[in-house]
Design a protein around this ligand. Structure first.
Ligand SMILES: [Zn+2]
Ligand SMILES: [Zn+2]
Length: 183
């Protein structure tokens, strides 16, 4: 769904949409497993920039809800993760900010991004917001045992036959040194 500057010049836009899994490309690591519901509004903000320069900014406020599947950080099994996120974003035309000072112009805490051409694709916004909402580290269970470092068996499904790694003799040497130093 394209949010067009031309349309926003006439009136602000309210949206209430559902995107089925697959409609938004989330990349290889995150799989959408339930419809994504989003609602909010978009409006045009005319930003005065110095002499006669007016930027057509798009202000987007809304929320999303969906469910994704990501790999457990320890055992790599898929884990379902419900997500919900509220967002308040400001999009300036691509190229509007040539320097860091420009980008910092008086917009407080609002995140600033950029749109290209005649509008902003809602799907692009949602992709970014969904990925930001996924926790950095997801575990299938709090005490997930992970994979055996030797044979890669999932240790949640049972122990493997690998023996524990033999102690590294260098550590023994250090241990002896430590004993000597204590004396
Ligand atoms: Zn796990
Ligand atoms: Zn093993």
């Amino acid at each position: 769904m394209l949010i067009r500057i031309r349309d926003l010049q006439l009136q602000r836009l309210e949206f209430n949409e559902a995107f089925q899994p697959g409609a938004i490309d989330l990349g290889a690591d995150t799989k959408q497993v339930a419809p994504l519901h989003t609602s909010g509004k978009a409006e045009l903000i005319e930003e005065n920039r110095g002499h006669k320069e007016i930027l057509d900014d798009i202000r987007l406020v809304g929320k999303l809800e969906t469910e994704v599947e990501v790999a457990c950080a320890r055992c790599l099994e898929p884990v379902r993760q419900p997500l919900s996120r509220e967002f308040e974003l400001l999009y300036r035309p691509q190229g509007a900010d040539k320097t860091k000072q420009d980008a910092a112009v008086s917009k407080g805490e609002t995140e600033i991004s950029y749109y290209e051409g005649d509008g902003l694709l809602l799907e692009d916004v949602l992709r970014e917001q969904v990925l930001l909402a996924v926790p950095y580290r997801v575990l299938c269970q709090e005490n997930c045992k992970g994979l055996c470092p030797t044979c890669a068996r999932n240790l949640n499904t049972g122990a493997c036959d690998c023996k524990e790694a033999p102690p590294d003799p260098r550590w023994n040497a250090l241990g002896t040194l430590g004993e000597k130093l204590k004396k």
